[in-house]
Design a binder for this molecule. Structure first.
Ligand code: GLU
Length: 546
């Protein structure tokens, strides 16, 4: 029996040929040097930091070069799929400011290179599988699970490499007539690639991140189509990335080991390989070493973690960029106010050993990022976050947006902006002193002062307080209270002879601060009083238990 007959028998439903698809998906008309990249996640309901890390790389490569960044859904494993898996991927990436130009988007596919969901591409995979059978490059294998297990046990005894290759490739040379009989009898089979690779020969590959890598040729007759006709990752990757005209494949380093398989498949199909960029794993410090971030042990691996706790998307991007490109921090120092997209992202600046991910560093970065935002931007982001994750706070905040904005404006702008907020979930405790509904007294008055003296300081201040005072006049009054009670009006003065005073003006300020805010550290007290207004200011000062 000829390959042709076998191919017809295996793929009776295939109506098109390879040329049809080559014409349907012509090379893209893009400017010289434009890169085409894709994110190709599986809709398993778990989208993680590694996906975002790769997606940022994809997005920058494409958009920085005037190219295309698209979303392909790898849904070939129906068992692992969850109902809203695809929507979760899209909304997560959108919330981090990543936008696709085409692909499996809301409301259906967008773009000329679809379908972008692998399950809808069965005809395409089968067309190219048929081509490989026709050319004698693929064949059906009827091995049962038991046979494969037996083979593995035998290989273990013989201490040889595991797998389906050489003399172990039992069905590689099965006469076509026999294959036909088995198929007609309804025996299940997978379609395997007929490898001509020789592992004593080396492939000289160039990874765009790792540079030159030599790897042995593949000799395994790996599976192209599973027994249900669904393609393996290897086959789908090669067919899709060719037909979708991807120029740069960005994927995790876990795919490095099977790269020779992909090189071999591209060659067998007569196609040019895209450029490969294998990114390093994200690591976490543990003891004196580091380990891969793990789904089981590290909640911070899931992107949902950042949304729920309210990590600003800008901060996560900013921090990931410091991990992605070794010169980013230097650029940021020189361009503190520049848009992050102004940075020239480069594959050559990516590390090859695992990048150390550290939540504390992310929070530090975030404080700077939030400090540089205008109050309105902070307000909008907090409101959006609270709407989903803290409804009572959302209601409070949005009941009087102008008031919230005044609070958020304190200490913003200028040379040394305040850095109180790292996460949107920090905003409520930070703002609580401005809302009577949330206000609590967190710290007691400092020790070592006579209670009657403290009380006196508060009441003296209340007597003279005038909300129309300028900041200078206001402070002069604080000093006057200090003097009236025998406190040193200057700290310097106090230090010269501490025994002559019960304390200094700073102590009096502290009495006021604790009474007003319930905390020993707060934003500027004059501004707080302005925002709270006369009545509430006096109520706080008078109502403070001493
Ligand atoms: N679905 C694969 C994954 O999530 C895609 C890998 C690739 O980008 O080629 O790992």
């Amino acid at each position: 029996m000829s390959f042709e007959r076998l191919a017809e028998l295996l793929f009776p439903d295939v109506e098109r040929d390879a040329e049809y698809y080559e014409r349907l998906y012509p090379p893209r008309k893009l400017p010289e040097g434009a890169k085409v990249t894709r994110l190709a996640p599986s809709p398993t309901g778990f989208i993680h930091l590694g996906n975002l890390y790769g997606a940022l790389t994809d997005e920058r490569l494409a958009h920085q070069s005037g190219g295309v960044f698209f979303l392909r859904i790898e849904d070939t494993d129906a068992k692992r799929e969850v109902p809203n898996g695809t929507e979760l991927i899209r909304s997560s990436l959108r919330s981090f400011g990543l936008n696709f130009d085409e692909g499996a988007l809301e409301g259906g596919d967008r773009g000329d290179y679809g379908p972008y969901r692998q399950r809808q591409r069965a005809q395409i995979y089968h067309t190219f599988a048929k081509k490989l059978v026709l050319e004698g490059k693929a064949y059906p294998c009827f091995c049962s699970e038991e046979e494969l297990a037996e083979m593995r046990a035998e290989q273990e005894r013989e201490k040889v490499n595991f797998g389906y290759y050489g003399k172990w490739a039992k069905y590689r040379d099965l006469p076509a007539e026999e294959a036909e009989c088995r198929i007609r009898a309804g025996q299940p089979y997978v379609l395997r690639f007929r490898s001509e690779g020789d592992p004593s020969h080396y492939l000289h590959l160039t990874d765009q991140i790792r540079g030159k890598i030599d790897m042995p040729e593949n000799d395994q007759d790996f599976v192209l189509l599973k027994s249900d006709g669904i393609p393996t990752y290897h086959f789908a990757h090669v067919v899709d990335d060719h037909l979708m005209r991807v120029t740069h494949v960005v994927r995790g380093e876990e795919w490095l080991a099977t790269w020779p398989i992909h090189v071999q498949l591209f060659a067998a199909l007569g196609w040019k390989c895209p450029k490969y960029c294998h990114t390093a794993h994200l690591m976490k410090a543990e003891g004196s070493g580091k380990r891969k971030l793990s789904k089981r042990k590290d909640p911070e691996l899931a992107l949902s973690f950042y949304r729920e706790d309210g990590y600003p998307a800008e901060s996560v991007r900013e921090y990931l960029m410091t991990l992605l490109n070794s010169n980013f921090e230097e650029w940021r120092l020189a361009n503190p106010a520049a848009d992050i997209d102004g940075f020239r992202f480069a594959l050559s600046k990516m590390g090859i050993s695992g990048a150390l991910f550290d939540l504390d560093k992310l929070r530090d970065v975030s404080k700077n990022v939030v400090a540089a935002m205008p109050a309105q931007q902070v307000y909008d982001a907090v409101a959006e976050w609270a709407k989903e994750y803290d409804r009572p706070f959302y209601d409070l905040l949005t009941a009087d947006p102008a008031y919230a904005l005044r609070v958020l404006s304190i200490g913003r702008g200028g040379k040394k902006p305040r850095k109180d907020i790292a996460l949107w979930s920090d905003v409520k405790p930070y703002m609580s002193l401005f809302y009577d509904e949330l206000f609590t007294r967190e710290e007691p008055m400092p020790q070592g002062f006579d209670a009657s003296l403290v009380k006196k300081a508060l009441s003296l201040f209340c007597e003279t307080y005038d909300e129309h005072d300028t900041q200078e006049q206001w402070f002069a009054k604080v000093k006057a209270v200090a003097s009236a009670l025998g406190f040193a009006p200057e700290v310097k003065q106090y230090k010269q002879s501490p025994e002559s005073y019960p304390g200094h003006v700073g102590d009096v300020s502290m009495f006021l601060r604790i009474a007003l805010t319930g905390r020993s550290s707060s934003p500027d007290m004059y501004e707080i009083m302005q925002i709270l207004g006369r009545e509430r200011t006096l109520a706080r000062l008078n109502g403070c238990p001493v």
